[in-house]
Design a protein around this ligand. Sequence first.
Ligand SMILES: [Zn+2]
Length: 679
Amino acid sequence: MKINKLIYTLFILFSLQYYILARKYSHHYERNLEDELIDLISRNLNQISSDSTEVSQESYNDENKVELDDPVDVDLWNKLNDEDIKKMPQIDDYSSEKQAKSWLKWYLRVSKRYHQISVLLGWNHKTNLTEENRKAMSAQNLKSAPFSRQTLPIAKKFDEYMTHSSDEDLKRTYDRLARGTVSNNDENVKKSSKLHAQLEQIYSTAEVCELNDNTKCYTLSPYLERLMQIEKDYDRLLWAWKGWHNQCGNKIRPVYLPYIDLLDENIKENGYKDEAQKWIEEYEMGNETEFESILDQSLQDIMPFYEQLHAFVRGRLCEIYPKRFDCNGPIPAHLLGNMWAQQWQNRLDDLMPYPDTPLVNITRILYKKKYTIEKMYKTAENFFTSINLYPMTPKFWARSMFTKPVDRDVVCHASAFDFRYHNDYRVKICTIMDDDYFYTIHHEMGHIEYYMSYANQRYDYQDGANSGFHEAIGDTIGMYAISPRHLVKIGFLDEESINSHYEMNFLMRMALQKVAFLPFAYVMDKYRFALFRNEINRDTELNAKWWALRIQYGGIMAPVPRSDPENFDAGAKFHIPSGTPYARYFIAHILQFQFYRAMCRLQGQTKRLHMCDIYGNKHVGERFKEMLAMGSSKPWSEILESLTGENKLEPQAMVDFFEPLYKWLKMENLARGYPVGWK
Ligand SMILES: [Zn+2]
C-alpha cells in the first residue's frame, strides 16, 4: 500500500512541471482582477485600513535557528538501500511466521528509506517548482520502482499463508502489504504519467476571459474562486461558472478518458475487477456492496435535514433572484458561493436565520487585534497543547512554508508533510489572514498532531486508521476553535453577544459548510465508480449522468443547458483530473461529528453540542491522543470505539449537533411557504 502511495505521489509531483510553465502567462491580468477583489473585500471589511491586506514576510521562517546537521541524505539512503536490497532474507517456506517476520523487517527498513527520500524530494519540488527538482523526483521514481516489482509478489505470497495465521498482527500486516499494485509495462507507466501531467496542466492553466475583452483572462486560483465567494450578481456569477466549466471541463474530457482506460488496464493486470474495487478496498469497510450501502445509509440519515436546509436556501435565493429559476426545482449551481456548489457558507450573509444578530467576522477581528500570520499558527497550536496534544516541533517552525514566497513558484494547495525523520513535520500553506485560513491552519495542524501521535508505531502503521480519519482530526478541533464559546475565551467575541439568535446563525453557518457538502462528496465517487465500471455511455451521457446524480442526491443543477459530448463538468473539479478519491471527505465529515460529540460527552456535555468547547481539558485531550496514537495498527472500527464507544459510522452525531437548527428550519420553511424537495 505504501509503495503504491509512493508511486502515486511521484506521479502527481512529476506532472507539476507543466504547472510551472503554465503559470507564467496569466499573472498580469490576474492582478487586475485581484485589485478588484481586494477592493470588494475591503469594502466588506469597511473598518480595516487599506494597507492591512498586505501580508508581511515574517522572519520566523529562519532555517539557521535550527540544527540542520541531520538531513536525509538522498545518495547515502539510496546506497544503503542498494546494499540492503542485496541482503533480502532467504525464503524457503512462505508458511513460516518466522520467515514472514524477518522478511517484513527487511522490507520495512528499505521502504522507510525510500519513503523518506520521496517526501523530501516532493517537498523540495512543491515548494520550489524547478525543472531540476522535478527531475530529481523522476530519477528517484525509476530508482525505487524495481524494489516494488520485486517485493509485491512476495508480499502476496506471504499473505496467502498468513491469512491462516493466529498472529493477528502478522495477518493484518500482510493483508495490507499485498494490496499494492505495480505496473510492469514501462510504456504504460510513461503514457499514464504523461496524461496525468496533461490533466493537471489543463486544470492549472485554464483561463476565463471577459466577454468583451479577450485580453483579460483569469485562472481559477485564487481569482475565480474568490469571485465565486464574493460576487452576488447573477449574470457575473454565471459568466464565471460557465467560463470555468467550458474552459476547464471541456478540455479535460478527451484526456481523462484515455487516462482512466490506462488505469483500468493496469488495475486488471493486478487482479482487480476495476479501479472502483481498488479504491474501496483502502477503506477496510467491507466489499463494494457493503461499503456503498454504508455510504447510502449515511446519506439517507442526513437527507431529511439536508432537504430542509436546501428548501430554506432555495427559498431565500428565489427571493434574491426573482424569476431567474424554478423555486420548486433544483438550485442553479453558480449561486452558492463556491465554484462547485460544494459548501455554501460564503452565502451566509443572505441566509442567516436572524440577520440582525450577525456572527462575529473573524477576518475583521484578526486585523483589529493586530494578528500576524505567525500568531494565527500560535493560536491554533495553543488549542492543541491546551488539551495535552503536542506542540509543533522546532523544525516545523523553521522549515514550514507559511506564506506564498515571492521569489519562486510553489504549489499553494494547503497540505501537511510527515518526513518520518527526526521530528521533521511541516505545513505548506499560502496563508492569508482570514477566517477560512484560520480554519485551514487547524485542519493542517490536525494532520501534524496525528503524525506525531502515531510516530511510535511501526513504520507501516504510521498512518490514519483509514483515510477518512486523517481528514477529520483537524476539522474536529477547528469546529471547537470557531465555536462561540471558544471565540469568547480568546477574546474574539463578547459573552453578551451570544444569545439564541446568535447561536442559530452559527448553526446555519456550520450547516452550510458541513451538511451541504455531503451530497456533493457522495456524488463525486458514486459517479466515478459508475464510470470505472463502464456503466456510463461515454458518448451520450458522460456529462448528463453527472448532473443526473447531482440533481438526484443534492438538488443542484447546471445553471445553463449542458451537452454531451462537448461538456465534462465533473472534470472542472480538481479531484477528478488529479485522480484523488473523494469518499474519504464524506467519511471524514461524518466522523468529525462523532469525535466532536464523544469529546463533549466525556466533558459531561450531552446537549446543545454547538456550545461545547473542550479547550484546556487535558483529560479529554488525552483520550483523543490515545486514539490518534494507534495509527492504523488496528481496524478502524476498534480505533473509533476507543474514543467514542461506537464502532461504525453514525451520522446521528451530526444530526444531534444541528438539532436546534433542524427544528427551526422545519418551522420556518412551513411559515414562509418554502416547498421542500425538488422536482
Ligand atoms: Zn487534509
